[in-house]
Design a protein around this ligand. Structure first.
Ligand SMILES: NC(=[NH2+])NCCC[C@H](N)C(=O)O
Ligand SMILES: NCCCC(=O)O
Length: 397
């Protein structure tokens, strides 16, 4: 057996022997759902575990609930594997981020074990704990803080109702649309008021009718976050929160200008002032083909199949898209035994089931073996991934 195949065997064995610990961590996170930037329990149990396993851990890494758990020596190949652990409001881990946390930690353990095979680390592996994917984009802040500097590849896997190779993750922009009018007594002198809620309703309606003229890949969805206080007070303030999505930032800019046009039109029609404030901005995901191919081959040997008809299936958005513009990255989706979609209570249930463990650990093994392939100079994988990455992002950033 070659040295590198032995390393892969050792990686898988380490993940298998750690399965109980890893499942306990996943179950613990699942049963203590925490929103973005509030993942204190998840942060603690993950960092305590990885520290016990011999990683050098930096807690509260640039962000209160982010962490870096690293092992190895500098100057060689640096592989990053990513854990997410934030839940959704009211429906807990309906996106299975407890499984992403487990998968990242497991992959890190496997790569570390492979690196230790002959006692001399062959590079560096980092498990990066990235908070708040569902609502604020911890990876965006970590990129700005330089957390990915010196890293060569970044990998994670995301649970889903079925396996999707290289799922499309759309470029996304969060936008707040705030209308300001003038309050008045709605019965005594309604005509003296300037109705901010009317403006918000007109804006919402304009955006809704505009959908017919949007490109089929574009998405625009929003809610009223302030619709006024009482029926007998003409609302002076009203606010909408929207997510805009498109295949890339160029198309997203076009969509944004159309939405702002609807907001301005509603303001003119009602006499209100309007402020459109852009918030969280996720990039579309650039899946590195070279890394994806290696990952899928390893996963297929472990029993996964990657249906070609699902390749590139559209989904939501992720801050891993921003990471994919910084270094070669993958973000495959893997099926767990459920037919419930993510962001539903049904998926929450299955993300906490024992049946979700096996697919999660298979994904971790595939990520670990891909990371080992990246470190292995005989595969030329790192060079292929880097050349592809440079071509993919040239002129896009
Ligand atoms: N405001 C935000 N950062 N929202 C991000 C939402 C990301 C989520 N995964 C989705 O696709 O819907
Ligand atoms: N955490 C969400 C990943 C993106 C998607 O659901 O498509």
């Amino acid at each position: 057996m070659t040295e590198w195949n032995k390393r892969k065997q050792v990686a898988q064995a380490k993940i298998d022997e750690s399965a109980s610990d890893l499942n306990n961590i996943s179950q613990d996170i699942w049963s203590h759902p925490e929103l973005g930037y509030e993942e204190h329990h998840a942060h603690k149990i993950l960092t305590d575990y990885l520290e016990k396993e011999g990683f050098e851990v930096t807690r509260n890494y640039h962000l209160e609930t982010a962490f870096k758990a690293t092992y190895g020596t500098d100057g060689g190949v640096h592989v990053c594997v990513i854990s997410e652990y934030d839940a959704l409001p009211e429906i807990g881990h309906a996106c299975g981020h407890n499984l992403i946390a487990e998968c990242g930690a497991a992959a890190g353990l496997g790569i570390k074990a492979a690196m230790e095979l002959d006692g001399t680390p062959i590079g560096r592996v980092t498990v990066l704990g990235t908070p708040a994917e569902e609502g604020a984009g911890g990876k965006v802040d970590l990129i700005k803080a330089g957390a990915f500097q010196g890293m060569d590849v970044a990998m994670m896997a995301h649970p889903y109702a079925y396996t999707v190779p290289q799922p499309v993750a759309l470029s996304m922009l969060e936008i707040k649309i705030h209308f300001t009018g003038l309050a008045s007594h709605a019965s005594a002198v309604p005509w003296e008021g300037v109705n901010a809620l009317d403006a918000a309703v007109m804006c919402y309606t304009s955006i809704s009718v505009m959908r017919q003229q949007l490109k089929p890949e574009w998405r625009v969805h929003g809610v009223f976050t302030n619709g006024g206080a009482r029926p007998n007070i003409i609302p002076e303030e009203a606010e909408l929160l929207y997510y805009l999505r498109a295949p890339n930032s160029k198309q997203l800019d076009v969509l944004r200008s159309k939405v702002i046009g609807c907001a301005k039109g509603a303001a003119v029609a009602t006499g209100c002032e309007v402020e459109c404030k852009s918030g969280c901005n996720y990039a579309n995901m650039i899946h590195n083909d070279a890394l994806s191919l290696s990952f899928e081959r390893h996963a297929e040997i472990l029993g996964f199949s990657y249906p070609s008809e699902r390749r590139g299936e559209k989904g939501g958005s992720t801050d891993m898209g921003n990471v994919s513009y910084v270094l070669p990255s993958i973000h495959p989706k893997f099926g767990i035994p459920t037919d419930a979609g993510t962001h539903t209570p049904g998926f929450t249930k299955w993300a906490g089931m024992l049946e979700a463990q096996s697919p999660t650990l298979i994904q971790a093994k595939a990520i670990a073996m891909t990371g080992i392939d990246v470190m292995d100079p005989n595969t030329n994988l790192l060079k292929s991934a880097q050349e592809e990455f440079k071509k993919a992002v040239s002129g896009l950033t």
